[in-house]
Design a protein around this ligand. Structure first.
Ligand code: UDP
Length: 584
């Protein structure tokens, strides 16, 4: 298909600080000698045109391709919405793989294990991340029928996956990210929990233990639970649930790994249980998927929907209009994307999952003068996400009228409950937006700021200095801006201790470490309440946090309806991605 030409006089995107470095390094198309072939304007037009051109085949659409391309372009260059990185990198190119999230099955045979490694390599090459459950592999030391030998078990295979990933650099710049999951009732669970004990081990993997309802109840009642060999269904052993939970907590305290996911809860929300069980998420945990399923994500930048004056300052009408456009964009991405495996194409087209989420949440709160760690912020989180969820679903309904529901709809739980029809089996996901937030110049996902001013270490050891623009603005407005103050903030990261600053500024401009861990978790739960998939969030803990603190956080996450939780205790790993002046 021919793409619409770039119209004359198309506005030039204004790049936020550091966006140019990141764009040039990772997103702008390059020639065979590494020379840059496009400008940022050409990049955003390439993406807008490629995604809009899918509209042509839908005869009932009320948009022309040209008109829609202009809408998409405008959404992106004003940073109100950005699609996930692979879409920005690959739309309208020969590669054409546009999704960030994949889950692959790992079956209990040599063929299936090495197939999964090969498929993962192809996905990493195209910029996607992969999640796997290793729960179907027979435990170590089990018999191998065909050879009479002895199985090496999930953890030894995990290391092979990790090494394979190391060798495939994504598109030359993005390294493959993986999620590895093992059910808590797998006989090798203790070894799995300890698998990242040594610094640097399995460095291309996030690990999560798949917790079951049966296990959680055994923890609560201080009982034993059963470990079952997946290939024979035989009970191999009984363990005290609290001891396993305690070990999990201990390891998370030491290194942040493993995290936990609540498998039964994820499957309770599986919209297409007839197609099988969900056994894994993508690498950062926000996207549960069926085996061979992929999902593309996109994020609305909430900091862009504030009026400068008046009380209820949120631009709801604009937000609604953009959600509908964004859902159309993400649904078109499914058609425009080329997946590395036919089986993936088939599964994706059957359920057409998309994940619309948010970024710039902390910035929105700054602009509204609401502290992140307040009941007011939790109430607003629910209100905003409820609105997004509702409008995203209503947009998906409109698309179903124009284009037909997702093919798996008839056998979905929506049909059973007489809801819909929808074009997409899921509509909302909250991604980390690690790089997108740099391109958009906003705070990432629903996280608080790590520091009001800090040095960001990007790949290759490059260091970028950043100060939050809303913080600077507030200081100017209160007439307390000074370069000396900015220096102090850059080295400490927080203004908590600066008692000469106005009280409201100190209350509103809080950073991740000023915020009590329970507030982090409450915020995650508030967004999860109105998110189809899951929420990417780290519960930051101070260095002095105890094992009991983590135990409590895990338990609260379970009680508050989260789908999983990741904790990170400051300073427990030497190589942090973000660091304040002192830590860097
Ligand atoms: N991801 C990946 N490699 C990376 C960063 C991200 O494979 O280096 C995938 C992974 O599945 C992650 C998802 O992209 O969960 C979304 O991450 P994020 O929102 O940070 O990506 P962005 O679109 O901002 O690059």
């Amino acid at each position: 298909t021919s793409l619409p030409e770039m119209p004359a006089g198309l506005p030039e995107p204004v790049l936020p600080p550091n966006a140019e470095v990141v764009l040039t390094k990772r997103y702008l198309r390059k020639g065979s000698q590494g020379e840059v072939l496009e400008t940022p304007r050409q990049l955003y037009w390439r993406v807008a045109a490629a995604i809009a051109s899918e509209e042509a085949k839908y005869v009932d659409s009320s948009y022309s391709v040209e008109e829609l391309a202009l809408h998409f372009y405008d959404l992106m260059i004003t940073y109100r919405f950005l699609p996930n990185s692979p879409t920005l990198m690959n739309a309208g190119t020969d590669l054409g793989q546009l999704a960030a999230c994949f889950v692959l099955p790992v079956g209990d045979s040599m063929e299936e294990i090495f197939d999964a490694i090969k498929y993962a390599a192809l996905i990493h090459k195209s910029g996607g991340g992969t999640g796997f459950s290793f729960s179907r592999l027979r435990p170590q030391k089990s018999r191998v029928g065909s050879t009479g030998g002895i199985a090496s078990g999930p953890i030894s295979f995990l290391r092979i996956f990790n090494t394979a990933t190391e060798q495939v650099k994504q598109g030359g710049t993005r390294r493959g990210a993986n999620m590895g999951i093992l059910r808590v009732d797998h006989p090798d669970i203790l070894e799995f929990i300890r698998a990242k004990e040594r610094e640097g081990d399995l460095n291309n993997f996030n690990l999560s233990v798949g917790l079951t309802e049966v296990f959680m109840q055994a923890v609560e009642k201080d009982e034993e639970y059963e470990l079952v060999a997946p290939h024979t269904n035989q009970v191999k052993e009984r363990l005290k649930a609290r001891e396993v939970f305690g070990l999990l907590v201990q390891k998370a305290w030491e290194s942040g790994d493993p995290g936990i996911i609540f498998l039964d809860r994820i499957n309770r929300d599986n919209p297409t249980p007839g197609q099988g069980e969900i056994e894994s998420t993508n690498p950062c945990g926000e996207q549960p998927l069926l085996p061979y399923e992929a999902c593309n994500l996109g994020s609305i930048n909430l900091s862009r929907y504030i009026q400068n004056s008046g009380k209820d300052d949120i631009l709801w009408d604009e937000l609604k209009r953009d959600i509908h456009l964004a859902v159309r964009f993400l649904d078109n991405v499914i058609d425009a994307s080329r997946y590395p495996l036919d089986k993936i194409t088939e599964t994706v087209q059957k359920n057409r999952k998309i994940g619309l989420g948010v970024m710039g949440w902390a910035d929105m709160l700054f602009r509204l003068n609401i502290p992140y760690n307040s009941q007011e912020a939790l109430n607003l989180a629910e209100k905003v996400m409820h609105f997004i969820q509702f409008e995203a679903q209503s947009a998906s309904k409109t698309l179903a009228e124009e284009r037909g529901p997702f093919p798996g709809f008839a056998e979905s739980t929506f049909a059973e409950h007489k809801q819909g029809p929808f074009r997409n089996a899921t509509a909302t996901t909250i991604a980390p937006t690690g790089t997108l937030s740099i391109l958009a110049g906003c705070s990432s996902g629903v996280e608080p700021l790590f520091a009001l001013s800090f040095v960001r270490q990007v790949m290759d050891g490059e260091r970028l200095l950043e100060a939050n623009p809303w913080f600077e603005k507030a200081l100017h407005a209160a007439q307390c801006f000074s370069p000396k103050l900015m220096e102090e903030v850059a080295s400490k990261g927080t203004i908590h201790h600066l008692d000469y600053l106005p009280e409201t500024i100190r209350k509103v401009f809080v950073t991740a470490h000023d915020i009590q861990p329970t507030w982090h978790l409450k915020m995650q739960a508030a967004f999860q309440k109105f998110t189809d998939n899951a929420v990417s969030k780290t519960v930051n803990l101070p260095h002095e946090a105890t094992r009991e603190d983590i135990w409590q956080i895990y338990w609260m996450a379970y009680e508050m309806g989260c789908k999983g939780v990741t904790v990170y205790r400051d300073g427990c790993k030497s190589n942090q991605v973000l660091c304040t002046g002192d830590g860097g």
